[in-house]
Design a protein around this ligand. Structure first.
Ligand SMILES: C[S@@+](CC[C@H](N)C(=O)[O-])C[C@H]1O[C@@H](n2cnc3c(N)ncnc32)[C@H](O)[C@@H]1O
Length: 177
């Protein structure tokens, strides 16, 4: 029974899909990080968002459940290792409390499971930026189209009509500084 539960949990977990390179700067602009603020990527994948945050002067922490991705991220963050921490673990059990900006690119179920955590950290004055999924039951401060018109027109010659599908992606921001 225990094994079955673990299996189901693993199977339902959001898979690794990196934040598109084209969106990284935009998300970092929205994060509007101050020097030494703490940025946390819940499910940090290959560490790209951590490097982007550390490049803007933040201290970045990534929590990731996949050992292989942690290994990959260790290499990716090497030049910023003084300002980046990587934690191998499950965000459902180890979310961080003392953070200024939380970034998520997860799925609906995980966002639902983390609802209480999100409420708690918003009370402490943090901002949350979520690519694609809302936090159920919480009203975003701002909702934006993930891709702006300039980005869509850059992608149009490469992707053709598929670009229209990108219009549904949103960035949800909760809290403000
Ligand atoms: C869609 S990817 C986003 C990766 C990265 N945040 C980015 O934006 O490039 C989601 C990541 O969350 C990780 N993940 C999913 N469930 C997790 C959990 N319960 N605890 C920790 N990491 C998890 C996956 O392994 C995957 O790397």
């Amino acid at each position: 029974m225990m094994k079955l539960r673990l299996f189901l949990k693993k199977r339902n977990r959001p898979k690794f899909l990196p934040t598109p390179a084209l969106l990284m700067d935009r998300i970092m602009d929205l994060a509007n990080l101050r020097k030494n603020e703490i940025f946390c990527d819940l499910g940090s994948g290959d560490g790209r968002m951590l490097v982007a945050a550390a490049s803007r002067g933040a201290y970045a922490v990534g929590i990731e459940i996949d050992k292989g991705l942690i290994k990959k991220a260790k290499e990716a963050v090497w030049n910023h290792r003084e300002n980046i921490d990587l934690i191998l673990g499950d965000i459902l059990y180890n979310p961080l409390i003392h953070v200024d900006v939380v970034y998520t690119f997860l799925d609906e179920n995980t966002m639902r499971s983390l609802r209480r955590y999100f409420r708690g950290i918003l009370k402490k004055g943090a901002r949350i930026i979520s690519l694609t999924y809302k936090i159920p039951g919480l009203k975003p401060t701002t909702i934006l189209s993930a891709y702006d018109e300039r980005q869509l027109s850059l992608l149009r010659p490469l992707l053709g009509d598929i670009v229209e599908q990108l219009k549904v992606y949103r960035i949800y921001i909760y809290g403000k500084r």
